[in-house]
Ligand binder design. Structure first.
Ligand SMILES: [Zn+2]
Ligand SMILES: [Zn+2]
Ligand SMILES: [Zn+2]
Ligand SMILES: [Zn+2]
Ligand SMILES: [Zn+2]
Ligand SMILES: [Zn+2]
Ligand SMILES: [Zn+2]
Length: 1748
């Protein structure tokens, strides 16, 4: 394709035609022609191949195509349609249009959608942001989600909203009559022409999009001239991965990786893309390579070689469809006409219209084509209420075929026409119509069943071991369930005869489906060997889960109509009896007898025979049975119900088996059946399934029990639990005790489970229909029991409650009645706490508690009762009344078999040595007894006389026990247990029971005398004795508990491992240390300011404070616990530290990162664009201890790498390790050094002039020495150029100095350590200066005082950094340090011998000061005269730098010359500032503005100097260990004076200049004359102004949806206007990035990284903070391999974040949390947060962070 611009010739050739062409004339010609279609086709045949698809396209090319299309092809159509100039014609149409009130905005991917939880008809009803903001729902409880694309705004659809269907914009004018024909608005000729044009164009488009030939065109469209030009077209599928496609393309069409990525991206987006253009042969060749390369594992990629004219026409067909879509937006009349044309039956085939043709070919089209015509359907048919109906019918007619196509297709559902079902079926009136007229419910269910072909011999579904392919198809089939849900989601308010008929027919089909599920995946207990292969179970449960809501909805439908309910009940019963046929066949009949009762059954054992968890038919019947009770249909039409046909023992048989299975699994009897069974049991009880599984089984048992003789029921239960023999034979207990231990334990658990089941069957009454309750009560009870476990967040509660089909739990209606809300702090979430008055509703055997829940709740309740000094009995709460149909359930509680069981357990407990009983067993028996007593009490209270009380438990338990327990009555047993020492814990409960018995007795006695009695719960006088007794007992128990707790605490303390013990020790020593440092401060009490200038107030210079510095410093090694003095010659002590690059202070994020090899780090630019930050956790070790520790870490890492590949949270190869004590991420150590400079008062301190003179001489001597030839400058007295100073440190200390120097070098320059590099000291100093500056900023931002507020670890870190800085020259080559000092000084005192001195505007003065102070020591050490001290040099350097900084400030400040009243002026400061400024103007002239107001200038200087002075004060404080003055220990005013005096500077800083101006004036002149100064000020570079403001994270909007909206309009910057899938916001600079996507990967150091990681390297020196907008998640990344997610600063009204935007509650910015993130960033703690997160959660380590 190297031909010389072939594509450029074509346009010019056809430019002539282009110019001659008149759209108006063409339209006129067409209009007069006889056959319009022929004319238009001729035109298209001629022009389309000339305009479109002329080869590989560029974006310029595309624009040209677009333009030509509009002018040559579409314009004539518009002229023809409108009969006038298109733009004015369209405007006129729009003007006359009466728009439909539907909004119809089609959602883009990622756009926010809103639904109202109060008013939406179902959760699929959504509003666009604009409509939402103009609607009433914004003040309701709404839900916010992001759209997956497709779907449209339902604003204006009256059926979608129970209230407020219109937003302000779409409120219809009341003048509108609803059913007016919109075409009446249009002129008649336009109507006529539109019909024919729309028909021609739509037919053209349909023909071409469904065209299957690669080389031919439909009749009438053959191109006049045909060249040998073809495309090799690659089609998308969802089978091949991106990598496969990219790899194949590189091979097949010989393109670069980048091009291949771009091809693959387009194929993925549009569904097809031409990958080669040329002659047939050329394209055919590429095709064969692609097919060959991809056909190995799966079916090959689809490729076609297509003639260019075919492609061109298809391309235009899409444009034509979009054009139609746009035109109809102007007029509802035109829209109506297009609808008519689209749905008109074709003359050739009575059954199809153009729209049908499109739908039926949907799965054959490529994605791009589908998208465009789906969009057109939404804009036309779905926006026209009349045609929506007609379309709905066509859609339903084609339903089966479309679904089958979809199942075979491999595109996602969002690209399938079937996805439109949500638009059609969710409209209740349409759904109802389709159900009646098209039998939609039955169709959907049948289609579904047809597609599930995996069956076993009995015709049940069998999914075992199905392949990925099958799983994929199964996934697609499930979308049918979604459609069914749409159809059923709103219940009919009225039933017509036809609707009943069709619904029952649908129910029939549904029962067929359930019958295929009944008994799925049966299990048999594995004995002996463990199961070999885990059986498949997920598919069956997926199906069950998906159907859960459907089953519930069907019951809800039935509940609304008596006749439907009765009919459904019959059908369901009939289906069940079919399932039951053969259940008992061939089983051995047995007869059971116990406690004088006898029952017939057959032999069946769960532990030996097949059992299945899936019993949907039984459970549906249970649901309908409850409805019979709830709607009272059973009572009103008993004759119509087949209740007589029910055989209760059969009804309970299967659910009972299932519950017994659960019990046996708990008892450990099914251990060998593996995890598959455990999982099934888990889901059986799980909130997602339990409503239609576990709950219904309990109901079925309740229904059965209420229809059976209670003793018979219980005997059946005993028998199925395989416990019958234990309670039936007299000597069972003996045998039982002798059996082996495992069996005893198993049986104990089974007895517990069985008792629990009886508790549930008799006691669970919170289902409307079983008990006399409302749904509200049911939800409230759930919440009470959840909150009895512990206080919970809103989302936890939501998760614990079942959702209905509308995704609602009913939580909100209830929660405030039972709980109080506690707001969250900066971390954590808001919690709901149960109000104490609801505690009495607590039921320990609440049926939805798991075992863990139960024990937690029990513990919490007992603890609370102890705290309130109440007794700790947890009796059952008063139960609600039963409904009549379930009324006889209560008799379970007082029947003989249960009494026998209770008696047996109590009897065992009397003999504690037995071991044949457990506490839980006993507790359950107490609970059952309690329930029975409550029942009796309730009946007595509600009755008028004794006669209608059928319940007589109290008298039954006084009867002596019958065989087998030959002992006393239940009551007698209880009384004897009351004081049993081994039952201390149950004492309160037994007391409660006995009290109840006494109470009931009193009521009975009283009621026999007088009929109306109120029950007295008061304590009689005899009670007080008992209370006292109780109080004493409680006190003792409490003491015992405390003792126990203490012992436990001690034990666990001892078990804690070694290091945490050391931690404690260490903390002690730390406290001591802190105490001692504060003692230092105390020794020299800060002098109050009225005591004029005092020596102790100064931190540098000859008059500085001397004292604390000479103190011995003792520290303890955290590793060996030895104490050690910090000494220069002793064993080195080190501080764990973390060095990182930082851009936190950067004022210029666009500056390129320095080239490591050639970067000169000696001068820091004032934009501080890249600094080196050092932090420490403050933990001290011996250098040797640390080295040993680090070697061990390295060794461990090597071994780990050998074993398994992967990452750790820290990068050992880069020297990273975790602090052995606090696990803080570290990568080096700082040596601890003693304070070195001693102040000598004996020498005199030279003036600045003298010092400068001396220093200049010294420098000259050094320079001439190194020049080694030419004129020798005589060295000053005592200055010995060749002097080699004594090493002040031991080798171990020196080694550590080098270690830390190398770390700053390595991190700062990203180079391998090189001790010879002369830049080493500069980087060490840089770290010190930058860290001090960063901390100074942090203190300002947090409004903390300069001194005294830093945490210990930062204090230690700064102090050791500074001392290290002052000593690190000793480890470097002396000469290079000299050179550094010479260059640094030259920046202040220009020296002709030094080249390339930076201009004064390009130097950060604080860095300059720190470097020159540190490097000066290297010069001073050569001076052996003893006449000078370092301290005076420090003062002089500070003065020079201060003046330079003031000049720098004056040059860059642009004081706005506001005419303020502040002309108090004429103070000395202002005068002097003006003088200095005017001198600068003298040198620079008009480059500087004219400023007359000295006050303003002085104010600028003062504000700008403050950060510098503060940082300087910190620096000298740490360098010289000078205690800070009192004024700086508190925030607020007075800082300036205190700072100046602490720094030994005059308050009027200008004096520094003024007093030496003869010396300084020439310097200032030379600074100003640096050529860069003028250049920069004239706009030649970025000017940094002072004071530099602290950087902040970007401002975030208060409402999260604003962000989502922003992100939804963000397009990927690389792939031409494509929506980004993971838009991600940089919180530092506000850039939006296209993260986690191929398109935006780029290469950093030879590795492909995602957009976020790439961005961190330009924005944050490798560290970044982002907000992933779609996920509502903060992302921290550091380097290429480290990252973590962090909770976003957005909270919902319940004080919770919503990571992943799963809940959809409105989210609002929480400023405190955002500030916390900002604080982490400013503190340089992000890397540490990542480290801790990764340590805590190892899965984070495995994530490929660099790809985000
Ligand atoms: Zn809208
Ligand atoms: Zn609207
Ligand atoms: Zn609402
Ligand atoms: Zn040690
Ligand atoms: Zn530490
Ligand atoms: Zn950024
Ligand atoms: Zn992108």
């Amino acid at each position: 394709m190297a031909a010389a611009h072939p594509d450029r010739d074509v346009p010019s050739a056809f430019c002539a035609e282009f110019l001659d062409f008149s759209a108006k004339d063409t339209a006129a010609r067409w209009l007069s022609a006889a056959d319009l279609q022929q004319q238009v086709y001729q035109h298209l045949a001629q022009y389309v191949p000339k305009i479109l698809c002329l080869g590989p396209s560029s974006s310029r090319e595309e624009q040209r195509e677009e333009l030509a299309c509009q002018l040559l092809l579409l314009a004539p159509l518009e002229w023809l349609l409108l009969g006038q100039e298109p733009s004015s014609g369209l405007a006129l149409l729009q003007e006359n249009n009466r728009p439909s009130p539907l909004c119809g905005h089609v959602f883009k991917v990622g756009e926010p959608t809103y639904s109202c939880r109060e008013c939406a008809a179902d959760p699929t009803c959504v509003l666009c942001m604009q409509c939402f903001l103009g609607s009433v729902h914004k003040d309701h409880r709404y839900r916010m989600t992001t759209s997956g694309g497709g779907g449209f705004c339902d604003c204006g659809d009256a059926e979608a909203w129970k209230k407020g269907p219109y937003c302000q914009k779409h409120t219809p004018n009341n003048t509108d009559t609803a059913e007016e024909d919109p075409t009446a608005q249009l002129p008649a000729d336009v109507v006529a022409r539109s019909y024919s044009i729309f028909f021609i164009i739509l037919k053209y488009a349909v023909d071409l999009l469904t065209w299957e030939q690669e080389d031919q065109l439909p009749v009438g469209l053959e191109p006049p001239e045909r060249g040998d030009t073809y495309y090799c077209m690659l089609f998308n599928d969802e089978v091949h991965t991106y990598e496969q496609v990219i790899y194949t393309l590189q091979k097949a069409v010989n393109c670069s990786q980048k091009e291949a990525v771009s091809f693959a991206t387009t194929v993925d987006r549009d569904g097809r893309k031409s990958v080669r253009f040329g002659d047939f042969q050329f394209c055919e060749q590429a095709k064969s390579v692609i097919v060959r390369n991809t056909s190995r594992q799966s079916k090959p990629l689809r490729v076609q070689v297509m003639h260019s004219s075919v492609v061109a026409h298809q391309c235009f067909a899409l444009k034509a469809l979009s054009w139609l879509g746009q035109i109809i937006q102007y007029s509802d009349g035109l829209r109506r006409i297009l609808c008519q044309v689209g749905l008109q039956k074709s003359p050739e085939d009575e059954n199809t219209s153009l729209v049908d043709q499109l739908m039926l070919n949907d799965s054959k089209m490529w994605k791009g084509a589908r998208n465009i015509y789906h969009q057109l359907l939404m804009n036309s048919l779905l926006m026209d209420l009349k045609y929506k109906k007609i379309f709905a019918i066509q859609f339903a007619k084609n339903y089966e075929r479309l679904q089958s196509d979809f199942v075979k297709d491999d595109h996602d559902r969002e690209f399938s026409i079937t996805d439109l079902s949500v638009q059609v079926f969710t409209v209740p009136s349409l759904a109802r119509m389709l159900m009646v007229e098209e039998n939609l419910m039955t169709t959907i269910i049948r289609t579904f069943v047809d597609h599930l072909r995996h069956r076993d011999l009995q015709g049940r579904f069998q999914f075992d071991r199905y392949t990925a392919q099958q799983a994929f198809k199964f996934g697609r089939v499930q979308s049918l369930i979604g459609d069914l849900k749409y159809v059923l989601i709103s219940r009919p308010a009225e039933w017509s005869e036809q609707l009943r008929e069709k619904f029952i027919e649908g129910l029939d089909a549904f029962l067929e489906l359930l019958k295929c599920m009944q008994g799925m995946d049966p299990v048999v207990r594995q004995v002996g060997q463990h199961i070999e292969m885990e059986p498949e179970w997920e598919a069956a449960f997926t199906l069950q889960m998906k159907l859960t809501h459907i089953i519930s909805m069907i019951q809800e439908w039935c509940a609304t109509d008596e006749r439907v309910l009765i009919e459904a009940y019959k059908k369901c019963l009939c289906a069940l009896s079919q399932c039951h046929s053969g259940l008992a066949d061939g089983e051995q009949p047995i007869s059971l007898s116990l406690a004088g009762h006898c029952v017939e059954t057959f032999r069946y054992q769960v532990s030996q025979d097949k059992v299945s968890i899936h019993l949907p038919v039984c459970r549906l019947l249970a649901g309908l049975h409850v409805l019979l009770s709830k709607t009272e249909v059973a009572a009103r039409f008993p004759e119509q119900l087949p209740l007589g046909e029910l055989s209760p023992p059969l009804l309970i048989e299967l659910p009972l088996r299932c519950l017994v299975l659960c019990a046996q699994v708990h008892a450990g009897m099914w251990r060998r059946n593996g995890f598959s069974l455990i999982n099934q049991i888990y889901y059986y009880h799980n909130v997602k399934c339990r409503v239609e599984m576990f709950d219904k089984d309990i109901i079925m048992l309740q229904a059965g029990a209420s229809m059976m003789e209670p003793n018979h029921f219980l005997m059946m239960v005993l028998s199925r639990f395989e416990l019958f023999h234990i309670f039936s034979s007299a000597d069972c207990r003996k045998r039982y005790r002798e059996a082996n231990k495992d069996v005893v334990q198993q049986n104990n658990t089974l007895i517990e489970e069985m008792l629990h089941l009886i508790v549930m069957v008799a006691g669970e009454r919170y289902v409307a229909g079983v008990g006399q309750v409302e749904p509200f009560d049911e939800v409230r009870r759930e919440i009470i029991h959840q909150l009895s476990i512990r206080p919970m967040a809103h989302s936890e509660l939501v998760k614990a409650l079942p959702e209905n089909g509308n995704k609602e739990t009913g939580l909100e209606r209830v929660i405030d009645t039972v709980a109080s809300f506690k707001k969250p702090g900066v971390t954590g979430r808001g919690l709901y706490e149960l109000r104490p008055e609801w505690n009495k509703h607590f039921n320990l055997y609440f049926h939805h508690y798991s075992r863990a829940d139960q024990s937690k709740a029990e513990e919490a309740q007992r603890k609370m009762r102890r705290q309130n000094a109440e007794d700790t009995a947890l009796p059952p709460p008063a139960p609600p009344l039963l409904c009549p149909l379930f009324g006889s359930l209560v008799n379970l509680l007082q029947c003989d078999v249960l009494l026998a069981v209770e008696g047996a357990v109590l009897q065992w407990a009397v003999e504690p040595s037995g071991g044949g009983w457990t506490e839980s067993m006993l507790q359950r028996v107490f609970h059952l007894v309690g329930m029975a007593l409550l029942e009796e009490q309730q009946q007595l209270e509600n009755s008028k006389g004794d006669d209608d009380v059928t319940f007589n438990y109290t008298s039954k338990i006084t009867r002596p026990g019958e065989a087998p327990s030959t002992s006393g009555s239940v009551l007698a047993l209880l009384e004897s247990l009351q004081n049993a020492p081994h039952l201390e814990v149950h004492k309160d409960m037994i007391t409660w029971i006995l009290k109840m018995v006494a109470n009931i007795k009193t009521i009975r006695e009283r009621s026999s005398s007088s009929s109306s009695v109120t029950i007295s719960q008061d304590h009689g006088p005899e009670e007080t004795v008992r209370d006292k007794d109780k109080a004493e007992r409680k006190r003792k128990a409490e003491m015992a508990r405390l003792r126990r707790e203490k012992i436990m605490a001690q034990m666990s303390e001892m078990q804690k491992h070694f290091i945490s013990e050391n931690k404690e020790l260490f903390q002690q020593s730390l406290e001591e240390l802190e105490a001692s440092t504060s003692a230092v401060a105390d020794q020299s009490p800060p002098v109050s300011s009225d005591q004029s200038f005092s020596v102790s107030q100064v931190c540098l210079g000859p008059r500085r404070f001397v004292g604390g510095a000479e103190r011995r410093q003792l520290v303890t090694c955290i590793l060996c616990q030895e104490e050690q003095e910090v000494r220069g010659h002793g064993r080195a002590m080190v501080l764990a530290a973390f060095v990182q690059r930082s851009t936190v202070l950067s004022k210029n994020r666009s500056r390129a990162t320095p080239e490591p090899e050639h970067h000169d780090p000696l001068f820091m630019h004032p934009d501080l664009s890249l600094g080196i930050h050092t932090a420490s956790c403050g933990h001290i070790m011996h250098a040797t201890c640390w080295q040993r520790y680090f070697e061990a870490v390295q060794l461990k890492e090597q071994r780990r790498q050998q074993r398994l590949r992967g990452h750790t949270s820290y990068d050992v190869e880069n020297g990273e390790f975790l602090c052995p004590l606090c696990e803080c991420l570290s990568n080096t150590v700082i040596p601890l050094l003693p304070h070195t400079h001693r102040l000598s008062h004996s020498v005199d301190h030279p003036t600045l002039e003298a010092w400068l003179k001396l220093t200049t001489q010294q420098i000259a001597a050094l320079l001439s020495d190194s020049a080694s030839e030419g004129a020798e400058s005589p060295a000053p007295d005592g200055f010995r150029v060749d002097f080699i100073p004594l090493k002040p440190f031991s080798s171990s200390v020196s080694e550590m100095i080098t270690t830390f120097s190398m770390s700053t070098y390595k991190v700062g320059l990203k180079l391998n350590p090189n001790e010879q590099d002369h830049r080493v000291p500069a980087l060490s100093w840089a770290s010190c200066a930058y860290t001090i500056q960063a901390i100074e900023r942090l203190l300002v931002d947090e409004e903390k005082p300069l001194f005294g507020s830093l945490p210990c670890r930062q204090d230690d870190c700064l102090s050791s950094l500074t001392r290290f800085g002052s000593a690190c020259w000793t480890a470097a080559k002396l000469k290079s340090v000299h050179t550094h000092f010479i260059r640094l000084l030259a920046a202040l005192v220009p020296d002709i011998h030094v080249e390339n001195s930076p201009c004064i505007l390009d130097v950060d003065m604080f860095h300059l000061l720190v470097y020159s102070v540190f490097s000066y020591s290297s010069i001073h050490c050569l001076d052996q005269s003893g006449r000078t001290v370092v301290d005076s040099a420090h003062v002089h350097l500070l003065h020079l730098v201060t003046v330079a900084h003031m000049v720098q400030i004056l040059l860059t400040s642009t004081p706005e010359d506001v005419s303020m009243d502040q002309d108090s002026g004429d103070s000395e400061e202002e005068d002097l500032t003006c003088q200095l400024f005017n001198m600068l103007r003298k040198h620079l002239g008009s480059v500087l503005p004219e400023v007359s107001c000295g006050w303003l200038l002085w104010r600028c200087v003062k504000a700008a100097m403050l950060p510098f002075l503060r940082a300087t004060a910190l620096f000298f404080h740490y360098l010289n260990s000078a205690p800070p003055p009192a004024d700086l220990l508190v925030p607020g005013p007075g800082q300036w004076e205190a700072l100046c005096s602490y720094l030994s500077l005059p308050c009027n800083l200008l004096h520094v200049y003024q007093s030496q101006h003869t010396l300084l004036d020439p310097l200032i002149q030379r600074w100003c004359c640096h050529r860069s100064v003028r250049q920069t000020l004239q706009g030649g570079g970025v000017i940094i102004r002072f004071p530099r403001e602290s950087n902040q994270l970007i401002d975030l909007p208060e409402d999260y949806s604003v962000l989502i909206n922003q992100a939804s309009s963000f397009t990927c910057p690389r792939s031409g206007g494509d929506k980004s899938r993971a838009p991600t916001l940089c919180l530092v600079c506000g850039s939006m990035l296209c993260s986690q996507s191929y398109c935006c990967q780029s290469e950093v150091n030879g590795e492909d990284v995602g957009a976020c990681t790439a961005h961190t390297f330009t924005c944050g020196a490798g560290l970044g903070l982002f907000l992933r907008v779609r996920e509502s998640q903060v992302l921290f990344v550091a380097g290429k391999t480290k990252g973590c997610f962090y909770p976003p600063p957005y909270l919902d009204d319940y004080g919770e974040t919503d990571q992943g935007l799963k809940r959809g509650n409105p989210l609002h910015l929480c400023q405190e949390r955002y500030r916390k993130i900002q604080h982490l960033w400013r503190q340089h703690a992000i890397a540490e947060v990542i480290g801790h997160a990764q340590e805590a959660n190892q899965t984070l380590v495995a994530i490929d962070w660099q790809h985000l």
